[in-house]
Design a protein around this ligand. Structure first.
Ligand SMILES: CC(C)(COP(=O)(O)OP(=O)(O)OC[C@H]1O[C@@H](n2cnc3c(N)ncnc32)[C@H](O)[C@@H]1OP(=O)(O)O)[C@@H](O)C(=O)NCCC(=O)NCCS
Length: 222
């Protein structure tokens, strides 16, 4: 496993490719990227140097419990600019086939352009349609509005809150715990059993269906 297959789609005017990373591009993550507090303040990590990025790459390349993509902007002349990553991690085939998810756009100039929203839909489609995963979970510190919103648009919803998770901007922040249940009838039934899904879960299912439909129409897998 380790890396996900190539996926191409548009986010507004921008042409995006999600694809496996190579070791030689890892330097692009750190200038200023992963050395910028603005970028890392809602993450577990602190500032990274090149050796950290190589170490992360080497660990990721052989990790059979995660699937990672780099996110590139593709220019009109086919120029490629690496701007971030998206991942499915802690992939487990236990009672349920589940995974965690994470993402990062390390070039803040590209925030707020709908890239994470589109990339999450592509990743969610890959998780459910390609891998057959039942449920994806994620965690977002309160205050990281862009992150929570982008996940919600793919069908994630908040299940509960972990209190006092990280000190950010002078205060302790709570962490929203989110899940996205595969909206197809069989995995949905497997997860909920005889319980009545909450209103939030039912609303999220509608968004997950819409995200899957968007991805089926718009994501190209060469
Ligand atoms: C979180 C992150 C991935 C969001 O990516 P993005 O491409 O900017 O997100 P989008 O442009 O798809 O925006 C998603 C939604 O959030 C809104 N949004 C984006 N940034 C926002 C902000 N700072 N405050 C409030 N809303 C914001 C957008 O308007 C959009 O909502 P809408 O579609 O209803 O208008 C990006 O900001 C990032 O990489 N941050 C640093 C690392 C990080 O925090 N990763 C996530 C850890 S859980």
């Amino acid at each position: 496993m380790a890396f996900g297959s190539i996926m191409r789609f548009n986010a507004g005017e921008l042409s995006i490719e999600m694809a496996p990373l190579s070791r030689d591009v890892m330097g692009e993550f750190i200038r200023p990227g992963m050395q910028s507090w603005t970028v890392t303040k809602y993450l577990v990590t602190q500032a990274k140097v090149l050796e950290d990025e190589y170490e992360w790459y080497d660990k990721t390349r052989t990790d059979d419990t995660s699937l990672v993509w780099g996110i590139w902007i593709i220019g009109a002349d086919d120029a490629r600019e690496l701007i971030g990553t998206s991942s499915l991690h802690h992939i487990e085939r236990g009672l349920f086939f589940s995974a965690g998810s994470g993402s990062l756009i390390f070039n803040a100039e590209y925030w707020g352009k709908g890239i994470a929203s589109a990339a999450h839909k592509a990743r969610t489609w890959y998780a459910f349609h390609v891998l057959g995963i039942d449920r994806i979970w994620s965690e977002v510190l309160q205050g990281n509005e862009g992150s929570r919103r982008a996940l919600e648009k793919s069908g994630y919803y908040v299940t509960h809150v972990k209190r006092n998770d990280k000190f950010v901007d002078g205060t302790l922040k709570h962490a929203d715990q989110l899940e996205c249940v595969n909206p197809d009838p069989a995995p949905w039934k497997r997860w909920w059993g005889d319980d009545r899904p909450t209103k939030a879960a039912r609303e999220a299912r509608v968004r997950a269906h819409a995200a899957m439909e968007w991805a089926a129409q718009n994501v190209v897998c060469p």
